[in-house]
Design a protein around this ligand. Structure first.
Ligand SMILES: Cc1ncc(COP(=O)(O)O)c(C=O)c1O
Length: 386
């Protein structure tokens, strides 16, 4: 047994400014307590602030027999873990999206590492945006399909790949996120729908950061851009704006049936606790009520981008994920420390997670934070950063 390799690798990770630790934190609504300080939490994916909303929790408790549901499914969905709430949730999802079928998974990671490997084989091609999430990349590593990447949001590049390669493959899947997790920018789903029709391809859209936040009813960018019908696989996660855990795909029934029979990350894992599935369904059916929160989130995000631009920082995107580009890894760590010293819990995202010299602070905003607190942040960014 030789531990030298692991020790060396950890040393390299430290030397390149990429060492990670698990912080000890305590959360109190939109506040976070860490390193002996109380800070505004600007790093959570609880975009609507639902996870600590006491009225919602109380309302769920009053209408649900939590003890009867139980805290463990104790089995895979394919064995005895398929609690009746799964069917209720999947029926509701299919109705909301007006699709034939919906299938719920344990997490977005499970969905993305499982769906594409199940659906694709040696004679197929997957063409993915250069910035798709690690879970999609891991899924493609598990797939036998050939993978090509198009430059981020560059649909001319995608078109040229499809023009060149479509005929060589049996099935082609175009894969994108809708709101991108690091740049906060948004895919043009209408254009992707046109391309998928023109080249007879499937379109797979991961709405992890858009569901709950975009669209009149919170169904995501597919609702906002009016193209739900044309997207073959819409994936959403429940661990972010839904304040829960799990994920889903909505698609045609034939594909649902196929995934139930072939998707390893669905078959070979214990099902979510029934209480969790019931809570997700409770939140789903309340989603239209959070319209005002979605509007507030969009306005505050826009204001933050203005403040950063006024102060000379590069920022990107058009969503509630607002990057503040700082350059080298070390700069982003310094800026994050300064923000945290002043009560703002925002974290650096460094190379290699993002391209070299594009290390950044990733502000991930939350609609439950009062406007006065956001004003303090804006004031600090404008006047307190010298
Ligand atoms: C685009 C995207 N898809 C999937 C996931 C994974 O979702 P989950 O946290 O439910 O595993 C993430 C997580 O951040 C993500 O950003």
């Amino acid at each position: 047994m030789n531990k030298e390799r692991y020790i060396k690798k950890l040393e390299t990770i430290k030397a390149t400014g990429n060492y990670r630790t698990l912080r000890e934190i305590e959360q109190n609504g939109f506040l976070i307590h860490a390193q002996g300080r109380e800070m505004l939490n600007l790093s959570s994916n609880d975009y609507l602030g639902l996870s600590t909303n006491p009225q919602l929790a109380e309302s769920f408790r009053s209408e649900t027999d939590i003890m009867a549901l139980g805290y463990s499914a104790a089995s895979s969905r394919l064995l005895s873990g398929n609690h009746q709430y799964y069917k209720m949730l999947e029926d509701d999802l299919a109705d909301w999206y007006d699709k034939e079928g919906a299938l719920v998974f344990n997490s977005g990671y499970h969905a993305n590492i499982g769906i594409l490997p199940a659906l694709t084989g040696k004679r197929d091609l997957v063409v993915a945006d250069k910035l798709v999430h690690a879970s999609i990349i891991d899924g493609l590593r598990l797939s036998d399909a050939q993978m090509l990447r198009y430059r981020h949001l560059d649909y001319e590049h995608l078109r040229s790949i499809l023009t060149q390669h479509r005929e060589e493959y049996e099935q082609v899947f175009i894969v994108t996120e809708s709101v991108f997790s690091m740049d906060g920018d948004v895919a043009d789903l209408q254009q992707l729908c046109e391309l998928k029709k023109e080249f007879d391809a499937f379109l797979y859209v991961d709405e992890a950061h858009a569901i709950g936040v975009r669209g009149t009813n919170g169904l995501g960018c597919c609702e906002e851009q009016a193209c739900t019908e044309d997207i073959d696989f819409i994936v959403g996660t429940f661990g972010k704006a839904f304040a829960s855990m799990g994920a889903f795909v909505v698609c045609e029934e034939i594909f649902r049936e196929y995934l139930v029979n072939t998707q390893r990350s669905l078959i070979f894992t214990t099902a979510l606790p029934p209480v969790n599935v019931a809570w997700t369904r409770f939140i789903l059916n309340k989603m239209p009520d959070f319209y005002d929160l979605r509007i507030k989130l969009a306005r505050v995000s826009e204001r933050l981008r203005e403040v950063l631009t006024d102060k000379g920082f590069e920022t990107r995107g058009s969503s509630h994920i607002v990057p503040m580009v700082c350059g080298a890894n070390e700069n982003s760590v310094e800026v994050a420390d300064l923000l945290q010293d002043n009560g703002f819990f925002a974290l650096p995202v460094r190379y290699p997670t993002v391209p070299k010299n594009e290390a950044r602070i990733r502000f991930s905003l939350n609609a439950s934070i009062p406007l006065e607190d956001y004003e303090c942040l804006f004031d600090f960014l404008l006047n307190g950063m010298e």
